[in-house]
Design a binder for this molecule. Sequence first.
Ligand code: ATP
Ligand code: MG
Length: 240
Amino acid sequence: MGIFKHHKKLSTDTMSNGAKLITASNPKDPISEQFRTIRTNIDFSSVDRDLKTVLFTSADVSEGKSTVSANMAVIWAQQGKRVLFVDADLRRPTLHMTFGLVNTKGLTTYLARGADYHELLGNSGIENLTILTSGPVPPNPAELLNSKRMKDFLANSQNEFDIVMLDVPPLLSVTDTQVLSAEVDGVVLIVRQGITQKAAVQRSVELLKMVNAKVLGYVLNDVSARSGYGYGYGYGYGYK
Ligand SMILES: Nc1ncnc2c1ncn2[C@@H]1O[C@H](COP(=O)(O)OP(=O)(O)OP(=O)(O)O)[C@@H](O)[C@H]1O
Ligand SMILES: [Mg+2]
């Protein structure tokens, strides 16, 4: 695995459609510190098992899945872990925008044609962090993600990287994430403060239990300083 030295323009501004990488642009910011706290919490919640494959998901759209996942990918890479971050959101892929990559080929190229995925890996511009973009959006995402090729991909890639992370669609709208949750070592549920409905969180947890997913914990996103922690236990992130 190459060590990336050159620096690309990363998505750190509000003009971009990709996730904002504050952990890369400003590691000393309190929000970056909060992401490191999330890392510590996840480490503690998975002490008994080897956490090689992980995904962050949420009940509905726009609750911060891609933002939290991308920043956590950076945080683990900064810790020296070799991270592979995969865009498995075949409905609304954004990783290519976040990392300034072209998306003419990617995960779906491998899943549909059995291409060698090594040839599809992209340079994030951040040391230790490798990207696999989604590739062209297919008509049958759930089927592709539920395939033997996807299982093989997870089994093989985790031998080459310390952590394989998947960016995924919301749990409640399509089955893709439920399917993938059954295949990874750990799932973290993102709850957006003041937005995610309690019933939606309960339904999400049910869906994860149904497939025996290992829920490591919750990230409470967009916490307002005044309201504090709304649901069960959680790790706060983003005082904005
Ligand atoms: N803590 C936060 N504070 C402020 N804005 C945030 C925060 N978290 C996410 N956002 C913003 O909310 C929007 C949605 O975030 P993001 O794309 O990460 O969500 P998502 O769950 O991946 O969405 P989708 O369901 O479309 O995949 C983005 O514009 C993002 O910048
Ligand atoms: Mg997203």
